[in-house]
Design a protein around this ligand. Structure first.
Ligand code: HMG
Ligand code: MG
Length: 298
């Protein structure tokens, strides 16, 4: 049943690689996404059409997007910060995009050089064009449980930004703990407050695991009713404009937990673990996924 199914939004090829010191060549990124496409994942964020000066790691967005195998039934959303990004994404055939703002003014300024209001103003023409083009738009709200520059973020600010993005036409709002400082009771209270204004079915959660709280936070949010979870294979990730943020929660660990709870994801855990181990080798670093470490230990 729907209550038992969780959709994983795999963000490893985007969030996972945007902050890596090791620059992977486009063909390795393409191989990563193609591997992910065979695991049963149905949403695989592919890259970002942001300024290459701001995120050089993803300067090859067009080449990567054009090169991946588009498996029927799988969506390959890409981040776009403005109309210019949208046009670059459309030029290579993207059919789903994501816009991104934050609940904190200070973070938004550092990340996209705009106030929250200015960022939403910029998204309106993107949403208009997307609607005319039949392109789905996801919306991210960052810093929902804390900001690296301003500290505490009032829940009311999260609710307001989420509500505005939803009202503007985003079909789903992903609530991001960008710096991984949240704890379960706070995560639950934040989600509950947002869900009073935006339907739970249109919400997703996005936890970075800096303080090791991500799985606990996800569990609290599942209990609250959320059924879409963002995660990154091998636990890669981080935002270059969020000091001290570490990787996303590992997809392998999320899938292991969900399957252990009797929930369905459609994802083949063995294939995901193999992909995570392969990616860690490409990045010359140990995987951050506990499941992949356990399954691949000699
Ligand atoms: P700006 O410098 O204010 O932009 O940056 P601008 O409009 O003044 O343009 C400056 C230059 O950038 C111009 O080039 C533009 O053409 C170019 P120049 O004339 O100097 O040669 N430019 C672009 N080039 C390619 N693609 C574009 C584009 N737009 C402008 N789309 C801007 C503003 C938004 C562009 C910049 O701040 C930016 O790209 N920021 C992106 C930062 C980013 O990607 N952060 C990580 C993603 S968010 C995240 O990770 C959080 C999340 O995971 C959730 C969570 O964890 O909370 C989603
Ligand atoms: Mg993130």
């Amino acid at each position: 049943s729907a209550a038992n199914h969780v959709r994983i939004v795999e963000v490893g090829a985007r969030d996972g690689l945007q902050n890596e010191k090791t620059l992977l060549p486009a063909d390795v990124k393409i191989a990563l996404i193609d591997r992910l496409s065979s695991t049963g994942l149905t949403t695989i964020e592919a890259t970002s059409f942001v300024s290459p000066k701001w995120v050089p790691q993803l300067a090859d967005a067009a080449e990567v997007f054009a090169g991946i195998r588009k498996v029927p039934g799988v969506s390959y959303p890409v981040l776009v910060p403005n109309l210019q990004g949208y046009e670059r994404a459309r030029a290579v055939g993207a059919t789903e995009v994501a816009v991104f703002s934050a609940a904190s003014e200070a973070f938004n300024r550092k990340n996209i050089n705009a106030s929250i209001d200015e960022s939403i103003e910029r998204f309106l023409p993107v949403l208009e064009r997307a609607s005319a083009d039949g392109v789905k738009v996801r919306g991210y709200v960052s810093t929902v449980l804390g900001c690296p520059y301003q500290g505490d973020v009032p829940v009311a600010d999260v609710v307001r930004v989420a509500q505005r993005l939803h009202a503007a036409g985003c079909y789903e709002i992903s609530l991001g703990d960008t710096i991984g400082v949240g704890t379960p009771a706070k995560a639950r209270a934040m989600l509950r407050a947002v869900a009073a204004e935006v339907p739970m079915g249109a919400l997703a959660v996005h936890f970075h695991d800096t303080y090791g709280q991500a799985l606990a936070n996800i569990l609290a949010c599942l209990e609250e009713g959320v059924r879409v979870v963002d995660s990154a294979v091998s636990g890669t990730g981080g935002c270059p404009y969020a000091k001290g943020a570490t990787g996303n929660v590992a997809s392998e660990d999320v899938v292991y937990m969900l399957h252990g709870m009797g929930m369905h994801t459609g994802v083949d855990l063995d294939l995901l673990v193999a992909t995570g181990a392969w990616l860690a080798a490409q990045l010359h670093k140990e995987t951050a996924s506990r499941v992949t470490r356990a399954r691949t230990a000699a």
